[in-house]
Design a protein around this ligand. Structure first.
Ligand code: TMP
Length: 212
């Protein structure tokens, strides 16, 4: 059976990385093999693009930024995501196309329509099976980002940018209530892990129900 594709999303400083382990252990606990990966990145070429797009020395226009995200994604899909799913492994990916909608669509004001065209071109009908959206208020997120020693090109963006990213995530959640589950990341780390694991358990039950 094909594996399931689970993505983790949220504004910088939402604390999604802290919950990643809980997601992986829950899936493994149910008897599935899991591969973890990330975007921007996940392949040699993708990691090179990551360095370029995150570097504060880079001068990248918004359209080029979108295309770079999808160039890295095309490589990632062919080399990592599709082969693993086809072998029956589950893939947990730290960020995916919802990040492009949120950061480039919302943050850079490119809008959703153009991104959706490139999404269809790059991915066909492929979409994540489950997405956990770690949501926190702008102030808390900004405080967490300030603790980062060397903020990258996105972490260094304005409060208005962050507000637009969060608003775009909100719209994505509203438009995809079955796929996207919101986790209140203002809660304690333990609580965030518990809620994340719960959503994953419910999803596994759903997958098992469909396949039996
Ligand atoms: P990370 O710090 O969570 O690894 O994410 C790297 C940054 O890349 C984060 O600030 C969001 C940004 N990003 C985009 O702007 N568009 C995308 O499509 C992806 C995948 C990430």
């Amino acid at each position: 059976m094909r594996g399931q594709f689970v993505t983790l999303e949220g504004i910088d400083g939402a604390g999604k990385s802290a919950a990643s382990d809980a997601v992986v252990t829950t899936i493994q606990g149910a008897g599935y093999e899991v591969v973890t990966t990330r975007e921007v990145g996940g392949t040699e070429m993708g990691e090179a693009i990551r360095e370029l797009v995150l570097s504060k020395d880079s001068d990248i226009v918004p359209d080029a930024e979108v295309l770079l995200m999808f160039a890295a994604r095309a490589q990632h899909l062919e080399q990592v995501i599709f082969p693993n799913l086809e072998s029956g492994r589950w893939v947990v990916c730290d960020r995916f196309t919802d990040s492009t909608y949120a950061y480039q669509g919302g943050g850079r004001k490119i809008g959703f329509t153009r991104i959706s065209e490139i999404e269809d071109w790059t991915q066909g009908e492929f979409r994540p099976d489950l997405t956990l959206l770690f949501d926190t208020d702008i102030v808390t997120a900004a405080q967490r980002v300030r603790q980062v020693e060397r903020p990258d090109r996105f972490e260094d963006e304005s409060e208005d940018f962050r507000k637009r990213v969060r608003a775009a995530y909100f719209d994505i959640h509203q438009a995809n209530p079955d796929r996207v589950k919101r986790v209140d990341a203002t809660r304690t780390v333990e609580e965030v892990k518990r809620v994340s694991a719960q959503y994953v358990k419910e999803f596994i039950e759903q997958v098992r129900g469909l396949s039996s």
